[in-house]
Design a protein around this ligand. Structure first.
Ligand code: ZN
Length: 67
């Protein structure tokens, strides 16, 4: 069953240090799936190189997440 407002289109973000890609559909570590990059806690760092949120940049690629 799907609802018109049940999904949100968000961007993937990539680490400028190591090119790790944060996929909002998947989440990462303690971050559950369907978490937009903008909702990550300030304490979150790149799992590969430890870069901070500000070291990530928005990719053109978008994905639909479940709300
Ligand atoms: Zn990184």
């Amino acid at each position: 069953m799907s609802f018109p407002n049940g999904k949100k289109r968000v961007h993937k973000f990539s680490c400028t240090q190591c090119n790790f890609v944060y996929d909002p559909r998947v989440g990462n570590g303690d971050i559950p799936p369907n978490t937009p990059f903008e909702s990550l806690p300030d304490s979150w760092v790149c799992p590969k190189c430890g870069a901070k949120l500000i070291d990530f940049k928005k990719k053109y690629e978008v994905v639909d997440i479940d709300l």
